[in-house]
Design a protein around this ligand. Structure first.
Ligand code: ADP
Length: 136
């Protein structure tokens, strides 16, 4: 069992997110904490030139709403955290800063099922200093 679990959710695959969120709840010690995390990917500056300045702020608000809905729908208690940057780097940084003892991550996007491991999941598994559960 674990006391602080990071659940990184890709908001474009919320079914998977619900699945790993429930798994986290089943592995959590009494009094433990789950952190639902979404990382908003930054748009490269050469693409952002003609985009509204509040693009990232909007994406962050949308992600926040989706995570709140996920938490309400499942009825599982969790803290919600939004970060921006490269997803794997930010997932790892969050786990370190929070002193997490487990990260639960989905292996890849459902429609990319021919890959064994997605690129974010791959980086997290390689570099995490805590345990990582890769959910198929
Ligand atoms: P794929 O390359 O097939 O999209 P990924 O490795 O990117 O696979 O995604 C696997 C899992 O990594 C997701 O289901 C989610 O748990 C996590 N993940 C990916 N991108 C993000 C993100 N931007 N924020 C939070 N978690 C993410």
């Amino acid at each position: 069992m674990f006391t602080k679990i990071i659940v990184p959710v890709d908001i474009s695959t919320l079914d998977k997110g619900a699945d790993i969120f429930r798994k986290a709840a089943s592995l959590l010690d009494e009094g433990g904490k789950i952190i639902l995390l979404h990382v908003v990917e930054e748009v490269p500056s050469y693409l952002a030139i003609d985009m509204p300045a509040d693009l990232i702020a909007n994406a962050t608000d949308e992600a926040q709403d989706k995570l709140v809905k996920l938490r309400d729908d499942t009825g599982i208690d969790a803290e919600i955290e939004l970060r921006s940057g490269p997803p794997a780097r930010e997932i790892l940084a969050c786990a370190k800063e929070r002193g997490a003892d487990l990260i639960i991550i989905a292996s890849h996007r459902p429609d990319f099922s021919n890959y064994l491991l997605g690129s974010t999941a791959d980086r997290v598994v390689r570099h995490a200093v805590c345990s990582v559960l890769v959910r198929r």
